[in-house]
Design a protein around this ligand. Structure first.
Ligand code: FEO
Ligand code: CA
Ligand code: CA
Ligand code: CA
Length: 731
């Protein structure tokens, strides 16, 4: 989705930006900086599969097992209407909207831009995103299987400024001289980012959130945060706010989420770089290493919301990376190093201080997906870095999991998330893969590295992307969510899309194999505009019980996005009108219905035909398809590419069916379920976001009025989906 509103907002969606300077992608970098199973891989045969590549794996898999679930609903048709559609027999009800009050005494949201700015730390944030539902008992303890009481914790990734103020954002000047002149508007925006914790209850058959719950909390860009792990206290993160580098203020661009086996929430900082101000005039005061780091992360420009322009007060100056004082402790030159992390929050302890877990590396964190949890084994989190040509990572804890820690809150986080090893994925052309360690002094990550002289492990973690470059990781088509199949242990990662500049026809590889033209409204869309989903099985090196610390894996492509009816070299998964989609982003496996997956889209490529959507899937397993040679057609250049394609939809028991289509201009992202699987929580993010700022005075020109209808401004919102007969969702 593009959002082109203010002089501060880049003309490209930050999600669509690439900073990895390989081949043609370097051009994009210039533009951007200017614009501002493990376990369960069948034990006996798996070792042979590792040796003989994917062919061996296909033999190891036993397709007769079948996924074993049957989707029981009729598919929802694609649509362009300003409404949420779900299958017959299901009901979607709005639960929690932008601006909704979450404390006693806070008035209802007027939604006309005049609500009191000081009330926004007790209101629903904007752009609802990744989300977890924590079942709770009456004593306030984490109870995963609870059916009717729980804490819903969700991210608020970004904002649509047009709808937040009386007449959109007030800005004077243009380009580098543009300034935000109304501090109250910026205050609203500070509060509207971050995370919500709300208590949700089922009463009779209806779900509501409890406005005056003692657990309700907003975490936002002003919330005090601790830095934890190897980077805490290092030179890289000393700021005026925290001269000893142990703290920072706030979190921003919280995209997808993650969980822990001890009942805390992980929120992931994705497109944080664009919020900071770094003008070329400041560069003379920076070291070559600092400039290399800024460039690799895309810190540069006036700042997408212009927050640093209000005044020199620290409240605003902390978004300005300029060298202004005598030392790092006297200004905010290092402030952008305090963002780009996975942040742990304890929703059951409203007074707890969130912690940025620096051992998991700093990049454009999409999400942090907890791998299979086995007592006596390390814990592992799989993570995508969402920008074009970025990488897939995993973090393996140094300590082995002890189930006695399941209720230890942030102390368990200190134990398992502050020490461990970070790896980045290399996908090989033969269907195997390798995890490459990102530790100082290993794999060429040291002071002799030609493009960036690493000083220590804190440097490696602050500059994770540069370390991953150094070891030769595989550049992917924008890694988004990861999800673990609960039965097979296979790890699925959505690769939302890319364009022909970042992935030219002669730069495809087996794991990012497609280049094609998919015209939209008569205009070409070249590259891989519809995305795909890769999956892998970490090698069972210590079979039969699995080894989360495995350094090898087998992979294939589970699913390719495409328009139904496109050529077989594009529609490689055999999608039909009932399940065709583009740009996969959210991906999550149900706990209540093992083997059922939910897929959500953040699409701008198929939006001539349909709004964004959610599909239910019953996948098979790595190796259930086979090797395939596809023909890619670029401008004047036809090339073949070998890849490994999972079973086509409908084969070997696999299923895929459209379940929901959202309103105009929205993204569908964020999903959670009640402990009994009879309520599904889904976020409708930024309906109407393509409304130009200039049209805010004329409701007839709003792209969307969802969910309130009439002339109302649109609002991001959580919907709760139930089955009219009270059954489990989807099956
Ligand atoms: Fe915020 Fe990568 O989606
Ligand atoms: Ca996302
Ligand atoms: Ca996205
Ligand atoms: Ca979005």
């Amino acid at each position: 989705m593009n959002r082109s509103h203010t002089p501060f907002t880049p003309a490209v969606d930050p999600d669509d930006v690439g900073y990895n300077p390989c081949g043609q992608a370097a051009l994009e970098t210039l533009i951007a900086t200017r614009m501002s199973r493990r376990g369960l891989l069948r034990a006996g045969t798996a070792g042979a599969a590792m040796l003989s590549g994917i062919a061996g794996l296909a033999q190891a898999a036993t397709p007769t097992d079948g996924p074993g679930l049957t989707l029981s609903f009729n598919p929802v048709a694609k649509h362009l209407a300003d409404s949420v559609s779900v299958p017959a027999g299901y009901t979607a009800t709005v639960l929690y909207r932008l601006g909704d009050p979450i404390a006693a005494g806070v008035p209802a949201y007027k939604n006309d831009g005049t609500d009191d700015p000081t009330s926004y730390d007790r209101r629903g944030g904007d752009h609802h995103d990744g989300m977890t539902w924590f079942g709770m008992n009456a004593q306030g303890r984490w109870t995963p299987k609870s059916a009717d009481l729980g804490l819903l914790v969700m991210n608020h990734e970004a904002i649509t400024p047009a709808f937040l103020h009386p007449m959109g954002p007030t800005i004077s000047g243009d380009k580098d001289a543009a300034r935000r002149t109304v501090a109250d508007e910026v205050r609203r925006e500070f509060y509207l980012h971050g995370v919500s914790v709300i208590e949700t209850q089922k009463q009779g058959r209806a779900w509501r959130y409890k406005q005056d719950s003692r657990y309700n909390r907003r975490i936002h860009t002003l919330t005090d945060m601790q830095l934890s792990g190897p980077v805490a206290g290092s030179e890289f993160v000393k700021t005026k706010y925290s001269p000893d580098g142990r703290k920072t203020r706030g979190t921003v661009n919280n995209c997808a989420n993650g969980t822990t086996p001890w009942g805390t929430y992980l929120t992931c900082e994705e497109n944080w770089a664009g919020y900071f101000r770094r003008l070329p005039a400041d560069d003379a005061q920076r070291t070559p290493k600092e400039l290399a780091s800024f460039k690799r992360y895309g810190v540069g420009g006036v700042g997408r919301e212009g927050w640093a322009t209000v005044s020199d007060d620290d409240l605003y100056a902390r978004w300005n990376t300029e060298v202004r004082g005598a030392s790092p402790a006297a200004d905010y030159r290092n402030v952008s190093n305090t963002y780009g992390w996975v942040v742990e929050i304890d929703p059951f302890n409203p007074k707890s201080t969130p912690k940025k877990r620096t051992a998991l590396g700093r990049f454009g964190h999409e999400g942090a997906c907890l791998g299979p949890v086995t007592p006596g084994k390390p814990l592992v989190w799989y993570m995508g870095d969402d920008a074009r040509n970025e990488y897939i990572y995993k973090f393996v804890s140094a300590r082995n999991w002890d189930p006695k820690d399941a209720n230890q809150g942030m102390a368990a986080g200190d134990k398992y998330m502050d020490a461990g090893t970070l790896y980045v994925a290399k996908f090989k052309e033969d269907g195997s893969g390798e995890w490459l360690e990102l530790s100082f002094g290993k794999n060429g990550i040291d002071a002799n590295n030609k493009s960036y002289a690493f000083a220590n492990q804190a440097d490696v973690l602050v500059n994770t992307r540069l370390a991953a470059d150094a070891v030769g990781a595989t550049r992917m088509d924008r890694p988004e969510w990861a999800a673990i199949h609960p039965r097979t242990g296979d790890v699925y990662v959505t690769l939302t899309n890319t364009n022909g500049r970042s992935r030219p026809v002669d730069k495809t590889n087996a794991a990012n194999p497609r280049y094609y033209n998919d015209p939209k409204n008569g205009k070409p869309q070249e590259g891989n505009p519809n995305g795909h989903i890769v999956r892998f099985a970490d090698a069972p090196l210590n079979a039969p019980s699995g080894n989360p610390a495995a350094l090898a894996f087998q992979w294939d492509v589970y699913l390719f996005g495409a328009r139904a009816g496109s050529s077989p070299d594009i529609n490689l998964s055999g999608l039909t009108a009932d399940n065709d989609f583009s740009s996969p982003d959210g991906l999550w496996f149900s706990d209540a219905v093992p083997g059922l997956a939910w897929l959500q889209t953040d699409d701008g490529a198929y939006t001539d035909v349909t709004n964004c959507m959610m599909l239910a899937a019953v996948p098979g397993q790595v190796g259930d398809g086979g090797k395939q040679t596809i023909v890619n057609v670029g401008a004047g250049n036809t090339r073949t590419q070998d890849t490994y394609v999972g079973a086509q939809v409908g084969q070997k028991g696999t299923q895929l069916r459209r379940f929901l289509v959202g309103p105009k201009g929205c993204e569908i992202t964020g999903i959670a379920e009640s402990g009994d699987g009879r309520a599904l929580f889904v976020n409708i993010q930024h309906p109407g976001e393509n409304t130009p700022d200039a049209d805010i005075g004329d409701p007839a020109k709003f792209e969307s009025h969802w969910p309130d209808g009439g002339n109302a401004r649109p609002r991001s919102a959580t919907v709760v989906i139930t089955r009219d007969d009270g059954g489990k969702i989807g099956v």
